[in-house]
Design a protein around this ligand. Structure first.
Ligand code: NAD
Ligand code: UDP
Length: 312
């Protein structure tokens, strides 16, 4: 049967794809956003639908809604944006998560928290399994986000143990695709936008650091399966285990955009993780899920999207 689903951060990059996916599955969607990094244009064609509702709200303030499922995605995800107002980032991950858990408790909704691979910090274990506790700087410029998300996980666990709230925790690894902002600041959108504009591609550091990139459609399918899954089985890594250096990513973007842009090197930001790749054995067995879209194919979709946005 169709559920009433709250998607916080629903006008953002992942949230906007999730809203569409849920509607296609026959659910009713309440999309909540404060429009910090979210845009109405991401959900433009949904607002007229009878099964879609848009609520301008900040999750650091309480709200009461009758819902069955809550996807708590509200939180800026790009270092540029989460470091813009770090105290607000912490509030979103502490007060915001408490508010969403309070709502889940009151209306007996199932709640899924968007956590992150950043809970592993600059990992000393590679690839990262869910049992690894991480290597996180508690006082650095990334801490508002990394530690914020770690507290969010703690709150989820404590509401689960103390109040029997029905929870799911998704540890999301680097995800990319259409609906990212042109000025999002994350590496995939930066490189594509720079290549399309004929500007230098900005590699931070030597470019040998690695990330593993997941196409947004694969990620959204996993978020859905995790929410649907019968019982809470602890945090689950969601991502694509194909690992690339930033140099390789830059080369691929230059090839796919047919761009004459050059590569330039800028200083590596403080605490930037050296390597990251998810071990997704748990997601595979628990959710019968595996990512399908290869980087080249997904990047082509993202290139098409940004080309359209920049021309429009
Ligand atoms: P995004 O910045 O595009 O989306 C975040 C959305 O949340 C935006 O629409 C923003 O306006 C909204 N928001 C922020 N603070 C809010 C608040 N206090 N109240 C209400 N709305 C608020 O980022 P995204 O990439 O779509 O990420 C979505 C979620 O997934 C985030 O929680 C992020 O931490 C998590 N995540 C994303 C990635 C990734 O690679 N994209 C990786 C790990 C985790
Ligand atoms: N990065 C880069 N150039 C950019 C933006 C990012 O080389 O224009 C690097 C960044 O230093 C990091 C990697 O790309 O090593 C991924 O950065 P992003 O901000 O996308 O995600 P995160 O660091 O949070 O995984």
């Amino acid at each position: 049967m169709g559920k009433r689903v709250l998607v916080t951060g629903g006008a953002g990059f992942i949230g906007s794809h999730l809203c569409r996916y849920l509607l296609a599955k026959g659910h009713e969607v309440l999309c909540l956003d404060n429009f910090f990094t979210g845009r109405k244009s991401n959900i433009d064609e949904l607002v007229e639908r009878h099964d879609f509702e848009l609520i301008r709200h900040d999750i650091t303030e309480p709200i009461l809604l009758e819902v069955d499922w809550i996807y708590n995605l509200a939180c800026p995800a790009s270092p540029v944006h989460y470091q813009y107002n770090p105290v607000k980032t912490v509030k979103t991950n502490v007060m915001g998560v408490i508010n969403m858990l309070g709502l889940a408790k009151r209306v007996k909704a199932r709640i899924l928290q968007a956590s992150t691979s950043e809970v592993y910090g600059d990992p000393l274990v590679h690839p990262q399994t869910e049992s690894y506790w991480g290597h996180v700087n508690p006082i650095g410029i990334r801490s508002c986000y990394d530690e914020g998300k770690r507290v969010a996980e703690t709150l989820m666990m404590d509401y689960h143990r103390q109040n029997r709230v029905d929870i799911r925790i998704a540890r999301i690894f680097n995800t990319y695709g259409p609906n990212m902002l042109v000025d999002d600041g994350r590496v995939v959108s930066n490189f594509i936008v720079q290549a399309l504009r004929g500007e230098d591609l900005t590699i931070y550091g030597d470019g040998l650091q690695t990330r593993s990139f997941c196409y947004v459609d694969d990620l959204v399918a996993a978020l859905y399966r995790l929410m649907e899954s019968d019982h809470f089985a602890g945090p689950v890594n969601l991502g694509n285990p194909c690992e690339f250096t930033m140099l390789k990513l830059a080369e691929l973007v230059l090839e796919l955009t047919d761009s004459q842009s050059e590569i330039t090197h800028l200083p590596l930001p403080e605490d930037d993780p050296i390597q990251r790749r998810p071990d997704i054995s748990k997601a595979k067995s628990l959710l019968d899920w595996t990512p399908k879209v290869q980087l080249r194919e997904g990047l082509q979709q993202a290139v098409n999207y940004f080309r359209q946005v920049l021309e429009g």
